[in-house]
Write a protein that binds this ligand. Structure first.
Ligand code: PLP
Length: 383
């Protein structure tokens, strides 16, 4: 008998958690809300013991994401930030962290607060510039924290080259894979050790839960992160694990459709007389275009723009795009990062990361592209 080939990513996503209910034979795994699980023997816990430690739905979702990322295992957490915090828990006191200078504002808030409390030393670097990264890593580092494409400017870091530099400096290399998800980018195959993602975004894709996931290549690291999630009680709740899994089954399909829409909008905006600049890695003029084509399997749902008119008037005028934080959902969203997602950064840190006060971020959803375009065009004319 010839061995069957490994199922493709779409198959693995669509089949995630299917037929996984030996109790009742449910096709879709049920939500298990029990806080605690029966022990047949006081000295021998079963697969689940106490729901802070593990929950069947949470475990299924973590396993499914780990499979898509190519990880040894994963830990599903209460938010994307809780997944980043798990990563920090595993570092020794006084560790030196080098992080991308344009990583998510909430991640920077956490790094800065922990550094101010004396827990770590944090250094920010432009990780798209390998010479600058090498300089930042020169004194050594315990963790290199990358985000590519970065949110909101969509700069592309060479994951393989940056991972090699991180490893030479003795660092564990982590990539925030939120913007693309494993459907469009698999950093562990490109040399990184760990990925963290907000499940809230593309993976759930319906903007109806908050969650996160940490995936690691090293099985011992997975165990340590599980230990911390249990110790600190930061595991994902049962209902949210169910919603995350329901979203994940359609992730590859949505990621492709939203990437197509974002690219089409980016091309049209790039040619619009009222648009000063478009950041989208799918545009040939984007400095990271060739690299993005090589290391990603899609360009993702995000694009950022600077316009000739007033950014506030523009976002208020949009009707199909909703003015709200977040990205990757089925509904298109618009935001002004300096006032919203990246407000926690200082004005100086935002200037260094290239986030102007007037920068507008768009997350393309699943609406008809012509409806989205008509909305943008009308708002540009009005602004
Ligand atoms: C790139 C990135 N990483 C992490 C997070 C944090 O995720 P969560 O909001 O689920 O905590 C976000 C949230 O916007 C994000 O955009």
């Amino acid at each position: 008998m010839t061995a069957r080939p490994k199922p493709g990513l779409d198959t693995r996503a669509a089949r995630a958690g299917i037929n996984a209910d030996p109790g009742h034979g449910a096709v879709v795994a049920p939500i298990s809300v029990s806080a605690t699980y029966v022990r047949e023997d006081a000295a021998a816990p079963g697969p689940h013991d106490y729901a802070r430690t593990s929950n069947p739905g949470r475990a299924l979702l973590a396993e499914a994401v780990a499979g898509l990322e190519g990880a040894a295992g994963a830990v599903a957490t209460a938010s994307g930030m809780a997944a980043i915090d798990l990563l920090l828990n595993d570092l020794p006191g006084g560790a030196r962290i080098v992080a991308a200078h344009d990583c998510y504002g909430g991640a920077q808030r956490l790094f800065n607060a922990r550094a101010a409390g004396g827990r770590f030393e944090i250094v920010y670097a432009d990780c798209t510039d390998l010479e600058a990264l090498k300089t930042a890593l020169a004194p050594g580092a315990a963790l290199l924290f990358l985000e590519t494409p970065s949110n909101p400017r969509l700069r592309i870091t060479d994951i393989q080259a940056a991972s090699d530099l991180g490893h030479e400096a003795g660092a564990l290399v982590a990539v925030d894979n939120t913007v693309l998800s494993p459907a469009l980018q698999r950093p562990l195959e490109l040399g990184a050790d760990v990925t963290v993602s907000s499940l809230t975004k593309l993976i759930n894709g319906h903007s109806d839960m908050i969650g996160g996931v940490l995936c690691a290549k090293d099985p011992e690291a997975v165990e340590r992160h599980r230990w911390w999630a249990n110790a600190a009680g930061t595991g994902l709740a049962a209902f949210d694990a169910f919603l995350g899994m329901r979203g994940l089954r359609t992730l590859p399909l949505r990621a492709r459709a939203q990437s197509d829409t974002a690219l089409e909008l980016a091309r049209r905006l790039d040619a619009h007389p009222s648009v000063r600049r478009v950041d989208h890695p799918g545009l040939e003029s984007h400095p990271g275009h060739a690299l993005a084509k090589r290391q990603q399997s899609g360009f993702g749902p995000l694009l950022s723009i600077e316009i000739e008119g007033d950014a506030h008037a523009f976002v208020q005028r949009l009707e199909v795009f909703t003015l709200a934080q977040s990205l990757g959902g089925a509904e298109s969203l618009v935001s002004i990062p300096a006032l919203m997602t990246h407000a926690a950064m200082s004005p100086e840190a935002r200037a260094t990361a290239g986030i102007a006060d007037s920068l507008i971020r768009l997350s393309a959803g699943l609406e008809d592209v012509e409806d989205l375009w008509a909305d943008l065009d009308a708002a540009l004319r009005a602004a």
